[in-house]
Design a protein around this ligand. Structure first.
Ligand code: NI
Length: 274
């Protein structure tokens, strides 16, 4: 006979859908302030898919402040504080000081996202480089990891990191280099953020990298609200889609979803100290 409790359990299993893991996922890169939906719902929907820890990323002073506010409001949410390369031109001495103040607060787990973007070039290249270096110094001063944005700027990103960021923990978010660059990064002890792009039809190069490198060097991210994974490509992205990325990685590497969740969560937790 089916008791109410049993029926409840069966229904629960059904609504879980494909996500059958005993552990949890860590989302290493979301922009909660840019997702056009009630943040409490976003966090709750993610938790329902076992995405129980996430790092929300600042792109300028204002969004860094909001990241911090979300981190103080929600248990599993942590903040990264920084200036995106697009916004480099707006970083002056005064807001650099303010940024440093923010970075000393509770639940701030990284500086970023910072780096170089030679695709859009919303700020000039010398300005981007200068602001990147300033944020590397900030990370060193506060002994925090760095979250790096590198778009079509691989050579300069690697050069600046080699010169300025020795000994710091580095995560290349939304990794877009080739296999050779991935190997250089891993040799240097950097971590690679893998997001929805890995599920795209035209992402053969990234899938080959994921197959080749060790799972221990990878962490999961959505970069939401951008870059939603298949079958939601082109639609608004959210942290709740992390398991779709993990499933793709499991498929590419021929391992279980459970293992992807376990190993990437361990890596991300150690990286951010969360
Ligand atoms: Ni981002």
């Amino acid at each position: 006979m089916l008791t109410d409790q049993k029926i409840g359990r069966i229904l629960n299993k059904r609504t879980e859908g494909v996500i059958k893991v005993s552990t949890f996922f860590v989302e290493t890169h979301t922009h909660l302030d840019l997702i056009k939906k009630n943040t409490q719902e976003v966090v709750r929907d993610a938790a329902e898919k076992k995405v129980t820890k996430m790092v929300t990323i600042g792109i300028d002073l204002e969004s860094s402040k909001i990241a911090l506010e979300f981190a103080s409001r929600f248990e599993g949410v942590y903040a990264a504080i920084g200036f995106h390369p697009h916004e480099s031109k707006f970083l002056d001495e005064e807001n650099l000081k303010e940024l440093e103040e923010l970075t000393r607060k509770d639940k701030v787990v990284a500086v970023g996202e910072t780096g170089l973007d030679y695709y859009w070039k919303h700020s000039t290249l010398p300005c981007q480089m200068e602001v990147f270096k300033k944020q590397i110094s900030l990370a060193r001063k506060l002994n925090l990891p760095l979250i790096i944005h590198d778009r079509e700027a691989h050579r300069d990103t690697l050069k600046i990191l080699a010169e300025e960021a020795k000994g710091l923990k580095i995560l290349l978010h939304c990794f877009s280099g080739d296999l050779n660059m991935a190997k250089v990064c891993i040799e240097r002890g950097y971590y690679l953020g893998i997001g929805g792009v890995v599920t795209f039809n035209n992402a053969k190069k990234l899938r080959a990298i994921v197959k080749e490198v060790s799972l221990e060097n990878l962490v999961l991210e959505t970069d939401s609200p951008y870059l939603a994974p298949h079958p939601f490509r082109g639609k608004p992205n959210e942290p709740k889609y992390i398991p779709l990325i993990a499933e793709k990685i499991a498929e590419i590497k021929g391992i279980s979803l459970e293992k992807v969740a376990k190993i990437t969560s361990k890596t991300a937790q150690e990286f951010f100290g969360i």
